[in-house]
Design a protein around this ligand. Structure first.
Ligand code: F6R
Length: 601
């Protein structure tokens, strides 16, 4: 969801290719406009930008030939102002000697824009990123240095954002590039003869693996041969060492698969193995578990796929740990629960990216209550990680495809692992076998999933039903199908279906049931309620004679425990969505209108 990249080099050179490549690396975040700006040694700015996909806009504007010593690129996902040329970023200030671009939201942008217009500034668009540039311009015009102007501007800007800005113009030569972090991601890369800055690592790692993490409330000044971090509040210089990032970029390549989504589905056995290894060695686990154990009330909070994992997680906690946990959609949390929090409570925030604004809002509403904040996240260094009292990593590596797959499976495994540690009943899981069980599930269900995808393809709406542990899984399967196939699919409790939605069933109408072994008997009733009205029942679950006889189509899962069986169902549901998307000619990696990291309200 929006991304910025900036670079300063020693010698004047063609920077367009680097900016273009960085933009491509940021594209997984989702965007609808693209732009680049470079400044040459004489202080001239070359700015090219427009609404559209990177390759289309590049065909028109030819970013590749842009030359200079400083450059920046931005991908915009529209929130304030329609996707259009004036709203695309970077933006210029009134007289065209400041150029900058942002990521995130400036929530007081409308009021600021009115102030700038009233002050006679040239405001060209309606996008909040432009406010960042004018906010700096206001102080530069008063004679402040660029650093001081940026610090003052950052205090005027409300919201969660990061921005990059540079001053050009022959009269006041400046060779630096500046960036501020306040709530959105920002990483610096240090290379031989250049320094760069970006919203995240994939656009930096092809250039260098020497990185420096900027924290909220800090700004960084980049020269080709050095960087300086200082606090926005008091201007104090912060001493921070760079670190060597060792995870390779091959993680960001498709590795022979047609799409990242399919690759990431196939990476799940390895991701589970890495998670279990991390959990067995990490000092973070004990304090996390102890906090939950001691809690009066436990809330599992997330959005979208992460919320669906919370629903399954709460059922696992109730069943195994005998600890009730309340799954809550993050935007609901403040009004429904935050006012009654106390220091005896625990809020577990679940977010792959660790940057989802709705989740961070829930976090902020819990701050000050004394409740313990726990984070479950995939992105190291994310805002959620820093804001949590204790956190656990999903250990999935990069997840490039917009639909979450391996991070969802690891969220559910992590919940299961925690519930298993607190288990009051029954034998524990055979954790060493879990990665190979996932592998087996992929192998066994791939062909069936293609058949089910073909069967569902003609339908524009359908139901996925679950019961007990599989309710969250049904919701997730339905979300995944909607997301990548654009068909409507509702995921709900099978026992609720007869209370209204059953009227949708007609001859051949498809209803997919996800069942775990202990619930098979109950599920048979729900299946029959559909089939006796002509509906077509497709069942995903461990082999069961009675269930098989009740169903038209059966997608068998390996013979594993009740809990693991519910979790393994994720695999065929992901594959069905993937194959349906591809057969409809969509790109499952980048579904229309969606973005990987939702940093807006
Ligand atoms: C769907 C999907 C989204 C995210 C949601 C929360 O495949 O990925 O529903 O789960 O936007 O994102 P995170 O987990 O980053 O907070």
């Amino acid at each position: 969801m929006c991304g910025i990249f900036g670079i300063v080099v020693k010698e004047e050179q063609v920077l367009g290719g680097t900016l273009l490549e960085a933009s491509r690396r940021l594209a997984y975040r989702g965007y609808d406009s693209v732009g680049c700006a470079v400044i040459d040694r004489a202080g001239r700015i070359d700015l090219r930008k427009d609404a559209g996909k990177i390759e289309e806009v590049n065909d028109r504007l030819n970013f590749a030939d842009m030359a200079g010593v400083r450059g920046m690129a931005q991908l915009r996902w529209a929130t304030f102002g329609a996707p259009s040329q004036p709203n695309a970023q970077p933006h210029l200030d009134s007289d065209g000697d400041l150029v900058g671009a942002h990521n995130g939201n400036i929530v007081n942008h409308v009021a600021l824009r009115e102030q700038f217009i009233a002050s006679g500034f040239t405001v060209r668009g309606t996008n909040d990123g432009e406010s960042c540039v004018h906010a700096v311009e206001r102080y530069v015009d008063q004679g402040d240095s660029v650093v001081s102007s940026i610090r003052k501007a950052a205090r005027d800007l409300e919201g969660d954002y990061a921005f990059v800005i540079a001053r050009a113009g022959a009269e006041s030569p400046d060779e630096a590039l500046y960036a501020v972090k306040q709530g959105s991601g920002l990483v610096v890369g240090i290379g031989d003869g250049f320094c760069c800055v970006s919203s995240d690592l994939p656009s930096i790692l092809p250039l260098t693996n020497q990185v420096v993490r900027v924290r909220d409330g800090e700004m960084v000044t980049l020269h080709h041969d050095r960087f300086e971090i200082r606090r926005v509040e008091d201007g104090a210089v912060v001493d921070r060492e760079s670190e060597l990032f060792t995870e390779g970029m091959d993680a960001a390549e498709k590795g022979g698969y047609e799409h990242f989504m399919l690759k990431e589905i196939h990476e799940q056995p390895k991701a589970a193995e890495d998670l279990l290894h991390w959990l067995s060695a990490s000092p973070h686990v004990d304090p996390f578990v102890s906090s939950i154990e001691a809690a009066r009330h436990i809330y599992f909070v997330g959005c979208g796929t992460s919320y669906n994992a919370c629903v399954l997680g709460a059922a696992l906690f109730n069943r195994l740990a005998m600890k009730p946990a309340v799954p809550v959609l993050a935007p609901v949390f403040r009004e429904t629960f935050a006012h009654t929090l106390s220091s005896e409570d625990v809020v577990v925030l679940v977010s792959q990216s660790g940057e989802t604004k709705d989740v961070l809002n829930a976090l902020n509403s819990a701050r000050g209550s004394g409740a313990t904040i726990l984070g479950i996240l995939n992105v190291l260094g994310s805002t959620l990680m820093h804001a949590s009292d204790h956190y656990l990593l999903l250990a999935c590596g990069y997840e490039i495809s917009v639909p979450a797959t391996k991070t969802f499976l690891n969220q559910t495994l992590l919940f299961y692992y925690l519930a298993d540690r607190l288990r009051r009943t029954g034998p524990g899981e055979r954790w060493d076998d879990v990665p190979s069980r996932i592998e087996e599930t992929i192998r066994r269900t791939d062909g069936f999933s293609q058949e089910v995808a073909a069967l569902l393809k003609p339908f524009h709406e359908m139901y996925y039903l679950g019961y007990g542990l599989t309710l969250g899984m049904a919701m997730e399967g339905a979300l995944k199908l909607k997301e990548v196939s654009y068909a409507h699919c509702e995921g709900m409790l099978s026992a609720e279906f007869k209370h209204g939605p059953l009227s949708a069933v007609y001859d051949g109408y498809p209803v997919l049931f996800i069942t775990a072994p202990d619930d098979a008997k109950m599920m048979i009733n729900h299946v029959n309620e559909v089939t006796c009205r002509g509906g077509r029942a497709i069942i995903v679950g461990r082999e069961d004679d009675l269930l098989r006889k009740s169903a038209h189509d059966y997608l068998p899962l390996p013979a594993v425990s009740h809990e693991l069986s519910a979790i393994l169902a994720a695999v065929p549901l992901q594959l069905i969505s993937y194959y349906m998307s591809v057969s409809k000619g969509h790109n499952p990696d980048f579904p229309r209108n969606l973005s990987k990291t939702l940093t807006v309200d």
